[in-house]
Design a protein around this ligand. Structure first.
Ligand SMILES: NC(=O)c1ccc[n+]([C@@H]2O[C@H](COP(=O)([O-])OP(=O)(O)OC[C@H]3O[C@@H](n4cnc5c(N)ncnc54)[C@H](O)[C@@H]3O)[C@@H](O)[C@H]2O)c1
Length: 426
């Protein structure tokens, strides 16, 4: 591992949206990081990462296999491929001696996730999971408040994840995470963040999980009359025909244009004409009620923890943003997106004895240009070099942060069994 004076070197396995996001931040941090290689079958993505790297010696490969066939060329391999292709390159990279920055979910099954944990131990490598929410000013502050004891003992917690209706259609109906068999179930793909921070905040193992949820809305029976298979097929509800469907794929050309950055083959260059043509054949041009999706659009999870706390999580396509309520013996904390809309503050803490409420506004505490996932993308990258050098908190290393995956996979098992509680006998 390099010392503080030399940059941490990174090779990207997958040059997609996440790779670009993290590595752009890393390069922006000056001499601390150097991006030395990238693998991706899509040439435009390799080229874009090469540009981002600002490294004339950047090495480009057409696949993970090609990159990982070479001798180790960096301290850290970033595994940023899709959910169904994490385990294999992660395992190979560990065998080659890389430390890993591994996108969540770690793998498609709990067994593979636990195997990676064992392999990290076997090869004495670190696997840092990209649980970016832990690195946001908001969740770091909540963690600090809970640990300070000012809420007293935490008796229960409710977490809320509103995916946002358009985002849901984009990712979990038309997009990469729509078919659970080819990806991971919603409660893992999206909410492993939530089950992770719940376990992190409660600092306890979960002993039992139950869950309900289903796909209620994004299916054929809710398609408006006359809707065509693709928005571009002359659908009467689409904008060119004077329609006003909120899921009309033509919105990728105007108000939802920012989503193209994550899915369009060329990450940075495109014309409206090219995109309009592409929508005629790509998955994102399909009617949201006529896709082959099976990911749920709402799910609830109940959790019972070893330390006596209980927690619940609601995931819904039909709200926008995360929110949290923490019920302690001395005070109750509320915070998050909806809380801010209603109260005008990031966090409120109501003391049970005095009845007084105090407000915390994070902008005043932390106003240093955080962006992406509430500042979590920057926070993770900013913390990463110290963590890999053994000088930072080890709480997000896989062996210390696998609980969220254990809960998520159990929740899916429960959901598929009609909500039957899953006992996590450990
Ligand atoms: N931490 C977070 O908050 C967060 C947010 C979004 C996505 N994710 C996760 O990050 C991962 C990547 O998501 P993304 O949105 O960047 O996806 P993406 O589709 O933009 O990127 C994946 C890239 O992998 C490439 N690829 C495919 N096969 C490959 C191979 N054999 N070798 C090398 N590269 C290959 C693809 O061409 C693509 O460019 C997913 O697992 C996703 O669930 C995490």
């Amino acid at each position: 591992m390099p010392n503080e004076a030399s940059p941490l070197t990174i090779a990207a396995v997958g040059c997609g949206s996440r790779a670009r996001t993290y590595l752009e931040i890393a390069v922006g941090l000056g001499d601390r990081y150097s991006v030395v290689a990238g693998a991706d079958p899509v040439p435009e993505r390799r080229e874009t990462l090469q540009k981002i790297s600002n490294n004339p010696e950047f090495r480009a490969f057409e696949s993970a296999d090609e990159l990982l066939a070479e001798d180790r060329m960096a301290d850290v391999a970033f595994i940023g491929t899709q959910d169904n292709y994490h385990f294999e390159p992660a395992k190979k990279a560990l065998e080659k001696g890389y430390h890993l920055l591994l996108e969540k979910p770690a793998a498609q099954t709990l067994e593979e996730t636990l195997e990676l944990t064992e392999l990290a131990k076997k090869y004495d490598r670190k696997i840092l999971l990209c649980f970016v929410l832990r690195y946001t000013p908001f969740y770091s502050k909540v963690h600090e408040i809970i640990r300070s004891g000012q809420l007293g003992d935490i008796i229960s917690m409710h977490a809320h994840e509103g995916v946002d209706a358009w985002h849901h259609g984009h990712s979990y109906v038309r997009g990469h995470w729509a078919k659970t068999g080819e990806s991971t179930p919603m409660i893992i793909a999206k909410c492993s963040h939530d089950t992770d921070y719940i376990a992190w905040l409660l600092d306890s193992q979960c002993k039992s999980v139950s869950s309900y949820g289903r796909l209620s809305y994004f299916n054929q029976s809710n398609a408006p009359e006359g809707a065509t298979a693709r928005c571009t097929d002359g659908c009467p509800h689409a904008a060119p025909q004077g329609g006003s469907c909120m899921y009309d794929a033509h919105h990728y050309l105007d108000k939802q244009e920012r989503w193209l950055r994550m899915i369009y083959p060329h990450p940075t260059e495109r014309t409206k004409e090219e995109v309009a043509e592409w929508l005629k054949t790509c998955p994102w041009g399909r009617c949201v009620w006529k896709c082959d999706n099976d990911a749920v659009d709402h799910q609830v999870v109940n959790m019972d923890f070893e330390n006596g706390s209980t927690a619940s999580l609601t995931m819904t396509a039909f709200d926008c943003g995360r929110a949290l309520e923490v019920f302690g013996t001395k005070a109750c904390l509320r915070g998050g997106d909806e809380h801010k809309v209603i109260s005008g503050h990031d966090i409120s803490i109501r003391d049970h004895e005095s009845g007084d409420t105090k407000f915390i506004d994070l902008d005043e505490i932390n106003d240093d240009g955080y962006q992406g996932h509430g500042g979590g993308d920057f926070g993770l990258v900013n913390a990463m070099d110290a963590i890999f050098r053994g000088e930072g908190s080890e709480s997000s290393l896989i062996e210390n942060s696998v609980e969220g995956h254990i809960i998520g996979f159990a929740a899916e098992q429960s959901r598929l069994n009609g909500g039957k509680p899953i006992e996590l006998n450990r």
